[in-house]
Design a protein around this ligand. Structure first.
Ligand SMILES: NC(=O)c1ccc[n+]([C@@H]2O[C@H](COP(=O)([O-])OP(=O)(O)OC[C@H]3O[C@@H](n4cnc5c(N)ncnc54)[C@H](O)[C@@H]3O)[C@@H](O)[C@H]2O)c1
Length: 379
């Protein structure tokens, strides 16, 4: 019999609906309550999904809850994750996990002392396409990955998010907001990173909110770089350029391209669980790879749109819960999240000081996630 863990959700904002909607897919968890500093937000989300609404303090004391998912804003992640561990519960955070390496190390020490698990999004690298990319790389088909490019570019967040202020503060920006998807997938596919160098800037000092809602027509001050160009040196020697910007209306770059000694792999957008994979041979002949039969690659959203999407958020949480009481590391574990944060903060630091920065932390590549292992988590 699969043990079912009681889940509490802290933060009833935008992304909480994805977690609430998708949680029932996973057999080892049940969402039992949602809390928010803003009681009304918690109550209305709770009603929508038929779960209990509580104050944050009451949820931390709720004995029916084993793990709390931290869906608060980035500047609150550290304090909230600490509160969760202090309450004796396992913690799973949205990205970015923390905003400094010191904070991450404090959380690691607290978790180890208390024997609690800590994990963090993103879990999109557990998606069918990214796992298939991993299996292609691990098979040796394109040889050793020697270099690559990653592009995260767009026009920002103020045209769709009703409350976009946090995106333009330290802890946000394209590096810390979107970067986790790319850096985590890179670590998963190629391995950890030992050194980075970057130049950073911003096109605008203020951004006008055009998304519908109470903030429409107001301006947000930009207090973090919105254009970043970096080079990352992986510990296997691969050199990967990264362009991350919210100052770009259109561009022609692919999300991730990995150049192996025997071919190239075009990896789809790591913000999504699925997408098209293309591989080339040594002379550059391209072939589209037929998607393998992986449960986290099956489209379940936007089915009427040109690109239907697979969304299995909670996969990383479910995998973490599966490791409780065992010595297995969660795939979305603290060391991976902390290394990704270290890499992103070091890129920003390099932009500030104009010098290459060596990365202090490291981690193992997370275990591959086979279709059978993924299927075992689903109802
Ligand atoms: N919106 C998305 O599509 C999306 C996607 C992936 C990841 N994320 C990540 O999820 C997190 C939340 O994003 P969002 O878009 O839902 O933000 P949001 O601003 O819509 O919601 C955040 C909620 O957290 C609450 N909150 C803040 N501090 C709190 C605290 N100390 N205790 C309890 N509640 C607190 C706020 O009142 C708010 O309701 C961010 O880290 C973001 O990077 C968002």
């Amino acid at each position: 019999m699969t043990k079912v863990y009681g889940v509490g959700i802290m933060g009833a904002g935008n992304i909480s609906s994805a977690y609430l909607k998708l949680a029932p897919l996973f057999k080892n968890m049940q969402v039992r309550a949602i809390a928010d500093l803003n009681g009304e937000a918690a109550t209305s989300r709770a009603k929508e999904y038929g779960v209990g609404a509580q104050t944050p303090e009451a949820m931390l004391k709720n004995s029916e809850i084993d793990v709390i998912v931290n869906l608060t804003i980035p500047s609150a992640h550290f304090a909230v994750t600490k509160d969760i561990l202090s309450a004796g519960k396992h913690a799973y955070s949205e990205k970015p996990f923390v905003l400094s390496v010191e904070e991450g190390l404090q959380i690691k020490a607290m978790a180890e002392q208390r024997g609690l698990k800590v994990g963090s999004a993103p879990d999109t690298f557990l998606g069918g396409s990214h796992q298939q990319a991993r299996s292609i790389i691990d098979s040796g088909k394109i040889g050793r990955i020697a270099s690559g490019t990653m592009h995260i570019m767009g026009r920002g967040m103020e045209h769709w998010h009703p409350n976009p202020e946090f995106f333009y503060q330290p802890g946000g920006g394209p590096m810390l907001d979107m970067g986790p998807y790319y850096i985590t997938d890179l670590i998963h596919l190629v391995g950890p990173i030992r050194r980075v160098t970057a130049l950073t800037g911003k096109a605008k000092e203020e951004r006008l909110v055009t998304a519908d809602g109470p903030n429409k027509g107001t301006s947000v001050k930009v207090n973090t770089p919105t254009t970043i160009h970096a080079v990352l040196e992986c510990t296997n020697g691969a050199l990967v350029t990264l362009g991350a910007s919210w100052d770009v209306s259109s561009h022609g770059h692919h999300n991730i391209e990995l150049y192996g000694t025997d071919g190239t792999l075009y990896v789809p957008n790591p913000n999504f669980f699925n997408g098209e994979l293309v591989v080339t041979d040594t002379i550059g002949t391209k072939s589209t790879i037929e998607a393998w039969d992986h449960p986290f690659g099956i489209a379940n959203e936007d089915l009427d749109k040109p690109i239907p999407r697979a969304n299995y958020r909670n996969a990383g949480l479910s995998d973490m819960l599966d490791t409780i009481g065992t010595s297995r590391k969660p795939r979305c574990d603290l060391d991976l999240a902390l290394h990704a944060v270290d890499v992103m903060l070091s890129i920003l630091k390099s932009g500030e000081i104009g010098e290459a920065v060596s990365i202090q932390t490291t981690c193992e590549r997370p275990d591959a996630f086979t279709p059978e292992q993924a299927r075992a988590l689903l109802r």
